[in-house]
Design a protein around this ligand. Structure first.
Ligand SMILES: N[C@@H](CCC(=O)N[C@@H](CS)C(=O)NCC(=O)O)C(=O)O
Length: 209
C-alpha cells in the first residue's frame, strides 16, 4: 500500500516549500518511505470528499491503507513512530524529541504565523503599522529563548529528530524576513536542516509540482 499525501495543486508561495506538505514529505524522505502526492485545488479542499479526510478543509492529509490523518504534528509523529530514523530509542530522549515537536507547533509557530497574517492578510489595515512591531517582538522573544537553549549544539537534543524537523520547518517561514540574522546559531541550525539530503529531496519534489 503506497502512502498518499495531499498538497496544493498550485502553492501560493510559488514553490518556496512553505506549504506544510513539505514537512510531511521531509519526514517520509528521512525514513525512506515512498509516497504519492495527490494535488488538490482550493475549491476541492472545501468539498465533501476532501472534508472527509480533513475536517478543516486544508492540506496536507496522509493516507496509508485504512488510516487517514490530518495535522502535520499528528502525521509526522505517526511516521516517526512507525519507521526508524526520526525518534530515539531511549524512552526519555524519545519523549523529549516529541516535546520539541509540540514546542515547534504550539510555542514557536504561533507568533510566526501572526506575522504572516499581519503582512499578507492585514497589511492594508490602518492599525497594521502599530501592530507589526508587537508581533515581531513576540517572535524575537521566542527566538531569543530558542537560541539560548540551542547554544552551539547542532540539534535541539542530541541527534537530529522529528523535533528538529518540525522546528526547522517552522523557522523556514522567517528565512526571507531577516529576523533570523540576529540569531546566528538559529540561522546555522536552519541551514543544517536545509542541507539534509532528505530535506533537499522533499524541497525538490514540492517545487516540481
Ligand atoms: N495546523 C495545520 C495547518 C494546516 C494548514 O494551515 N494548511 C494550509 C497550507 S500550509 C492550508 O491548507 N491552507 C488553505 C486553507 O486553509 O484554506 C497543520 O499543521 O497541518
Amino acid at each position: 500500500m503506497t502512502i498518499t499525501i495531499t498538497a496544493f495543486e498550485r502553492s501560493p508561495d510559488g514553490g518556496k516549500g512553505l506549504a506544510r506538505d513539505t514537512r510531511v514529505r521531509w519526514a517520509l524522505e528521512e525514513v525512506g518511505q515512498p509516497y504519492r502526492v495527490r494535488p488538490v485545488s482550493f475549491p476541492a479542499m472545501k468539498q465533501p470528499a476532501h472534508l472527509a479526510l480533513h475536517p478543516f478543509g486544508q492540506i496536507p492529509t496522509y493516507e496509508d491503507g485504512d488510516l487517514a490523518l490530518f495535522e502535520t504534528g499528528g502525521i509526522v509523529h505517526h511516521i516517526a513512530e512507525r519507521h526508524a530514523g526520526l525518534l530515539p530509542d531511549d524512552s526519555n530522549a524519545r519523549a523529549r524529541a516529541i516535546t520539541w515537536m509540540f514546542a515547534a507547533l504550539n510555542t514557536v509557530e504561533p507568533p510566526i504565523l501572526e506575522l504572516v497574517t499581519a503582512k499578507l492578510l492585514e497589511g492594508d489595515r490602518p492599525w497594521t503599522r502599530e501592530r507589526l512591531p508587537l508581533v515581531i517582538d513576540r517572535i524575537r522573544n521566542r527566538l531569543q529563548q530558542l537560541s539560548a537553549r540551542l547554544a552551539d549544539a547542532d540539534w535541539l537534543d542530541g541527534a537530529f529528530s522529528a523535533g528538529d524537523l518540525m522546528m526547522v520547518s517552522v523557522l523556514l517561514r522567517l528565512k526571507s524576513s531577516g529576523i533570523l540574522d540576529n540569531y546566528p546559531n538559529l540561522a546555522a541550525y536552519l541551514a543544517r536542516g536545509e542541507a539534509r539530503p532528505a530535506y533537499k529531496r522533499a524541497f525538490e519534489s514540492q517545487l516540481a509540482v
